[in-house]
Design a protein around this ligand. Structure first.
Ligand code: PMV
Length: 327
């Protein structure tokens, strides 16, 4: 059977940074994100008896399947009681070369496409648990709008999955994404967070702060309070980067363009624009802002020589099935 699913990337407002179980991908603490409109991965999975091994094509090109992709396919085969190999075809609506490729969108789409192609009908918590085992942040992209990953306590991970906080219609919250010029990423998020947990002297404080930030961000979302959401999301992002910078070896995800955007944000705020930056494990800057500020902000960002492109996004949909074909 063949199934095709589409999922969107997400921006973490309270970030997931640190695992308590590397294999099952269980986090040290909870996180909340906004699923982003327009940044999509579309994935088809075909289970085919004639295949000798799993085949993966990304944007039309064959790639050696990553261990995490094979791992997720194995989980699906285990649940379906099958040993059939799969062909996975994945396409991004955003350029992977600029470093915006999202493992969250990729694994959320893969979880839905692979499970349906194997004849399984997982509920949303089940899909979220499956996507989590490809990439932690993917468990939140199952839902549109705002979603929270409940860290869970059980060693088997059965209580570690995301749930919806508010749907995409809840808040017309613009997010501008400033793509800054930079080289290839040197340290993956998985490596960066493992180093942070093991060696950053700030890690225990980071973990404690996460619980406080989660409370504030839940309140801000419920009240559609941009000033509160922005302040907490910005502080949370800066703290995550500070934790990584203080690890051994020190881990810096920023490029000069990241700092240029942060400085610009500061001066625009002095002029009265409402804008709050957040960076995931990379140099690009997501900017939470108000509808009235979008046009001026975009012009100011594009005027920076370090910024190559600015994309407008906002709350987007959860993972959805496009098509299922039975032979
Ligand atoms: O899911 P991963 O392994 O790509 O890690 C995501 C880490 C951050 O993007 C920095 C934070 C988050 O919560 O998404």
């Amino acid at each position: 059977m063949r199934a095709t699913a589409v999922a969107n990337a997400n921006l973490a407002l309270v970030k997931y940074w640190g695992k308590r179980d590397e294999k099952l991908i269980l986090p040290q603490h909870g996180s909340i994100s906004l699923t982003l409109q327009g940044l999509e991965t579309r994935t088809s999975v075909t289970f085919d008896r004639t295949l000798a091994h799993d085949d993966v094509l990304v944007n039309g090109k064959p790639v050696p399947p990553a261990g995490r992709v094979l791992g997720l396919l194995d989980l699906v085969r285990g649940m379906a009681g099958s040993d059939c190999r799969a062909r996975v075809e994945s396409e991004n609506s955003f350029p992977t070369a600029v470093g915006l490729a999202s493992s969250a969108a990729a694994f959320a789409a893969l979880a839905l496409a692979a499970s349906r192609a194997a004849g399984l009908f997982l509920d949303q918590p089940g899909l979220s648990r499956l996507a989590r085992q490809g990439s932690g942040s993917a468990c939140r992209s199952i839902y549109g709008g705002f979603a929270e990953w409940l860290p869970g306590h059980r060693p088997d991970g059965s209580d570690s999955f995301a749930e919806p906080v508010a749907p995409e219609e809840h808040w017309d919250l613009p997010v501008l994404i400033a793509l800054v010029r930079s080289g290839a990423k040197e340290v993956s998020s998985a490596q960066g967070m493992a180093r942070s947990v093991a060696t950053s002297p700030f890690y225990p404080a980071w973990r404690e702060q996460a619980a406080k930030d989660l409370n504030l961000v839940r309140q801000a979302i419920a009240r559609r309070d941009l000033a509160l959401l922005g302040r907490v999301a910005e502080e949370n992002a800066m703290r995550m980067h500070a934790v990584a910078m203080a690890a051994e070896p020190p881990t810096l995800y920023w490029s000069p363009g990241t700092v240029a955007v942060l400085e610009k944000v500061r001066s625009l705020r002095r002029q009265g624009l409402e804008v709050y930056p957040s960076m995931d494990a990379g140099p690009h800057v997501h900017l939470l802002t108000s509808r009235e500020s979008v046009a001026a902000l975009r012009v100011e960002l594009l005027a920076l020589p370090e910024v190559s492109e600015v994309r407008l996004s906002g709350p987007g949909p959860g993972v959805r099935l496009l098509d299922v074909e039975t032979p």
